[in-house]
Ligand binder design. Sequence first.
Ligand SMILES: [Zn+2]
Length: 109
Amino acid sequence: MAFNQIQFQHGMSIPEFLQSFGAEAVKQSRWPDGFRCPRCDSANHCVLGEDARRLFQCYGCRHQTSLIAGSLMEHTKLPLTTWFLAVYLISQAKTGLSALALKRHLGVS
Ligand SMILES: [Zn+2]
């Protein structure tokens, strides 16, 4: 039987995954060269709040934006880490994952 390289590729542990896909990873992905105001393109800003819910306020035009503004996750009430963990669990389950099992794993309904 031929050696299946895909089957034996190095996977990602849950701690590695959560470290790679946290709020800082989203910030790095959205603004790779640092914050840029979507309205006036200024880099001068202050940060209000914490984690994924934090707001970035531009010093130039006072526009406020967040890490998830304008994205698919804009109106979610769940933390981004919960969504990322759901994606991880769904993608790692070889035989699929039921909605009830996902609910139990994440503690959400
Ligand atoms: Zn601005």
